[in-house]
Design a protein around this ligand. Structure first.
Ligand code: MN
Length: 716
């Protein structure tokens, strides 16, 4: 265990100005918060954040990172809150801890390997401050180092796979090669222990056979360089079993061939020494053509600098050599972390957070292949996206501002068309709620439900909008057709004729319509007047009927029964989403007056149980399926009366009835109380399930352009 003063000393060794007091307080706070918690190993839990802080100190990171390392699990796993952290350690640390906590939560939600790339992007997006990612990677590294304590093989595999597919590539992208190699190799240990064992065994065997060839080569090169007055350090580059395994997979190479190539690194003090060292090697040994690369004068976009070359070295051994200064080496090993060391100090912390992201994106922009470049440019877009999960953990990427309706359509058109409600992170929310990164979204569907035109006002995805529009058009058309036919029948009746579909056959061409249905639709939509059509069919006919007197009640006829009222549901239940199917449990036969709960059943809607029903025990594990419901003592259908003012223009009445029908209202009576050249005033009786339902309809009507005012009618 690293003791308190040791940690502080380690940090002070590279950063004399480190905030000693802050580190000390974080150490004590974390130790107290984790208290007697234990890890799977039986060790005190506090050892874990402490080791994570140690890894961060190895990377020579700033005080903020070290303190975040110490505190990173306190909010998730102890009673400490973010507010505590903020009041004790300040806003910056609180934000860092919050970032790491959020990442850890996401981890629990998704482990499907084909989502790895999306998930990696999500992790980056969530890491507004790159230090969040550095702490998270260190956290993962320590968890991997101690993974053998986890008893369940499944869990070990899941974590190892996640490391291999998500965290190691992330470490690589931000240039942390050391960490990437170790993460890869640890994951390999759990995912393919046999392959790793055999590679390790053959490595040992070859070393034995070849004597200490590497040591001999290193010594000879070192002698050549020092003889020329260079202060140089020659080292063998360790080949990790996993990278050998990968090369064997990719390059179809034999084991011996791979091992054949020796990899060395030469570290010097300054840039001229780099070139001098290379000159010495090239003058002494034959260089392999095409292998020389100068990343010193032209650094890679992530800042990596080094000279690369390959020669036939001592003992006729082929050697790959990297030559660089010690400062370049630090960047090469630590990648982006090198930018966060104490040396960069304070100024960067005061800048806006996105500068860090910007910097990260620049690093990611090292476009080695065009597709990679494309992929990285997508990362920028990605800031405008939110990533949500289905209950099964599938990741759905949506634009910022997306709602559950967008989510539903992104999953499947059918799911979108029939969605009636949604739960975000287990809580019921409205369909217009804006989704956040990492939200788990469950869509409630009802087979009989259809898209609401209202949705178009808040959806943000093209797919959702297109589907809703298409549906509304189709729906409107069929309503216009019905309305148009009724209007024509009425005119025919008024004029003393029996109306039939055939009546219009003769005038189709005249009216430039391709079918009688088109004519109905046009009349219903107000594009043609019903009387105009009549006159076309009976040219020269003199009207016999008197216009109807204003004020007369015109029964519209009962439209379809409002949704969600199956025979199964004789009494209304409060707390349900409109349109949801309801069943009464056969185990407890709830009746009005019983205290009840609803259980959401996939594909079946909601089942109502009495609160003391024993069946409920089997749902204790899934609290997200519980719905708070109660009996609605009142009758199941009420008539609400609205007073509305409509523009006196063709089609406005049709629009009114469409909007009401769309929202599940059933018009039972309609009375025009006043009519002027510009406006109608009318009273409308609508059967609704409750006040909220009526309010919905009022809101929908108010949102309709041809309707200038709608209110509850309080008298008459
Ligand atoms: Mn942790």
């Amino acid at each position: 265990m690293i003791r308190q003063f040791e940690l502080v000393e380690r940090v002070k060794a590279y950063d004399p100005k480190a905030d000693e007091d802050l580190i000390n307080r974080a150490y004590v706070f974390s130790m107290k918060a984790h208290g007697s918690q234990r890890r799977a190993s039986g060790d005190a839990y506090f050892l874990h954040p402490l080791e994570v802080a140690g890894i961060l100190a190895d990377m020579k990171l700033d005080t903020g990172s070290i303190v975040t390392g110490l505190l990173h699990d306190t909010v998730e796993d102890t009673v400490a809150t973010l507010t505590d952290i903020e009041s004790k350690f300040g806003k910056e640390i609180a934000q860092l801890v919050d970032g790491v906590t959020k990442l850890s939560k996401l981890e629990l939600q998704s482990d499907t390997s084909k989502q790895a790339e999306n998930f990696r992007k999500l992790v980056v997006a969530m890491s507004r401050d790159i230090r969040v990612l550095l702490v998270k990677l260190s956290d993962r590294l320590h968890n991997m180092r101690t993974l053998y304590h986890i008893k369940s093989e499944d869990k070990r595999h899941r974590i190892a796979r996640e490391t291999l597919e998500i965290y190691a590539p992330l470490a690589e992208r931000i240039g942390m090669h050391e960490m990437k190699d170790e993460l890869d190799d640890l994951a390999f240990t759990y995912l393919n222990p046999d392959a790793r064992d055999s590679i390790v065994r053959r490595l040992a065997q070859l070393k034995e056979e070849g004597g200490d060839l590497i040591a001999m080569v290193i010594k000879e090169l070192g002698d050549i360089l020092t003889a020329d007055g260079l202060d140089a350090e020659v080292a063998g580059r360790e080949k990790r079993p996993y990278s050998i395994w990968r090369k064997m997979q990719r390059k179809d190479m034999a084991f011996e061939q791979l091992l054949d190539i020796m990899a060395l690194r030469i570290l010097v003090n300054n840039v001229p020494d780099c070139y001098q060292a290379m000159g010495l090697l090239h003058s002494r040994y034959a260089s392999l053509p095409g292998r020389f690369k100068d990343y010193v004068s032209t650094p890679k976009p992530n800042g990596y600098q080094s000279l690369h070359t390959a020669v036939i070295g001592p003992y006729q051994q082929r050697i790959e050599v990297q030559i660089r200064t010690r400062a370049m080496h630090e960047v090469a090993e630590l990648g982006v972390a090198a930018h966060w060391t104490y040396k960069q100090g304070q100024p960067k912390q005061s800048g806006p957070q996105y500068r860090w992201l910007r910097e990260l994106l620049d690093i990611l922009d090292q476009a080695q292949r065009p597709e990679e470049f494309l992929e990285h440019t997508k990362m920028e877009l990605f800031q405008d996206q939110v990533f949500c999960f289905t209950p099964k953990g599938l990741l759905i990427a949506l634009p910022q501002g997306a709602t559950p309706v967008d989510f539903a359509y992104a999953v499947h058109s059918e799911i979108g068309d029939t969605c009636v409600g949604s739960k975000v992170n287990g809580r019921l929310v409205t369909l217009r709620q804006r989704l956040q990164n990492g939200d788990q979204v469950e869509i409630v569907n009802s087979k009989t439900s259809t898209p609401s035109p209202e949705w178009e006002r808040f959806v943000v995805t093209g797919k959702a909008r297109a589907r809703i529009r298409r549906f509304v058009r189709l729906q409107q058309r069929s309503q216009y057709v019905e309305l148009g036919r009724a209007m024509l029948q009425k005119v025919w009746r008024q004029e003393g004729y029996e109306f039939s579909d055939k009546a219009l056959d003769g005038v189709l061409k005249n009216l430039k319509a391709s079918s009688t249905e088109d004519i109905y639709a046009n009349v219903g939509a107000g594009l043609n007047g019903a009387r105009e059509i009549f006159n076309a069919v009976f040219p020269g006919h003199r009207s016999a009927a008197q216009p109807q007197k204003d004020g007369k009640v015109v029964p519209i006829g009962r439209a379809r029964k409002s949704k969600g009222k199956s025979k199964d549901q004789p009494v209304a239940i409060r707390g349900l989403i409109p349109g949801m199917a309801v069943h009464y449990a056969r185990c407890c036969h709830p009746i009005p007056g019983d205290r009840i709960v609803g259980i959401v059943t996939t594909g079946k809607g909601v089942t109502i149980h009495t609160i003391d029903c024993e069946t409920l025990e089997s749902f204790y594990e899934t609290p997200e399926r519980w719905l708070d419901v109660s009996w609605d003592e009142a009758a199941d259908e009420h008539t609400g009366r609205l007073h509305a003012i409509l523009a006196n223009e063709p089609g406005s009445l049709g629009t009114l009835s469409t909007v009401i029908g769309k929202n599940g209202g059933n018009i039972t009576n309609l009375k025009i109380t006043h009519r002027s050249t510009d406006f109608f005033e009318m009273l409308i009786d609508i059967d609704v399930s409750d006040l909220r339902h009526l309010s919905n309809i009022i809101a929908a009507l108010r949102a309709t352009p041809v309707i200038s005012a709608v209110d509850r009618a309080r008298s008459g």
